[in-house]
Design a protein around this ligand. Structure first.
Ligand code: MG
Length: 211
């Protein structure tokens, strides 16, 4: 099982981080992806412990798609056959280490792939139960009861089927692989004692504490 994460997939989030890579408007001209190891998973709404190596640990709430077929070089028009349920995740990011890596042109793994950096909802919901269109889903993250991120999958720069097609040109997708599809605007730091609660179409999927 592997965890594939998309960066810079919502325009407002790209702008909030002042990213300049990509096209003239700062937006990527093709998908940006990176991997997290399976040791990054944080399951069952277990608490997240802020690692000692970061002074600026951020949450990024994301729609997660679970792959249910093996596929390589998948055409975009067939990509919908490779998933049928969705959940939510938090792509925890050591923003200070990531900024350093970006400035030096280095990989992001140290900032993104550390243990427990990929919180995953215990429950996945059949897409059919949510109306069947992966690009028409609303999700929200609240911290200590205050909404911080509101995502609408219609706002993705690259839709799920395009992402699956693109990634599978390079990496074979396997059953159980997880695709974190990028975060909307509103990222920020977490602090010990915070509670993170995330809903997908009004259903609470994540509810856990920071320590
Ligand atoms: Mg992310």
């Amino acid at each position: 099982m592997k965890i594939i994460c998309i960066g810079r997939n919502y325009a407002d989030h790209v702008r909030e981080l002042h990213n300049t890579a990509g096209g003239p408007d700062g937006l990527p001209t093709e998908p940006v992806f990176f991997l997290k190891p399976d040791t990054a998973l944080l399951r069952n709404n277990d608490p997240f412990y802020i690692p000692s190596f970061s002074r600026d640990l951020h949450y990024e709430c994301e729609l997660v798609v679970r792959i249910n077929r093996v596929g390589k070089c998948i055409e975009e028009r067939f990509a919908h056959r490779y998933y049928d349920e969705v959940g939510l995740g938090i792509d925890f990011t050591a923003r200070d280490l990531q900024r350093e890596a970006i400035a030096k042109g280095l990989p992001w793994e140290r900032a993104k792939g550390f243990d427990h950096s990929a919180a995953l909802s215990p429950e996945f919901i059949p897409l059919a139960e949510l109306g069947g269109d992966v690009q028409r889903l609303h999700f929200e993250l609240a911290i200590n009861g205050q909404v911080r991120q509101q995502g609408d999958t219609s706002q993705m720069l690259f839709g799920v089927n395009r992402l699956i097609s693109y990634i599978s040109q390079y990496i074979t997708l396997k059953i159980g692989d997880l695709l974190y599809t990028g975060t909307p605007v509103g990222v920020g730091p977490v602090h010990p004692g915070d509670n993170l609660r995330a809903t997908l179409e009004g259903r609470t999927l994540l509810d856990f504490d920071i320590r």
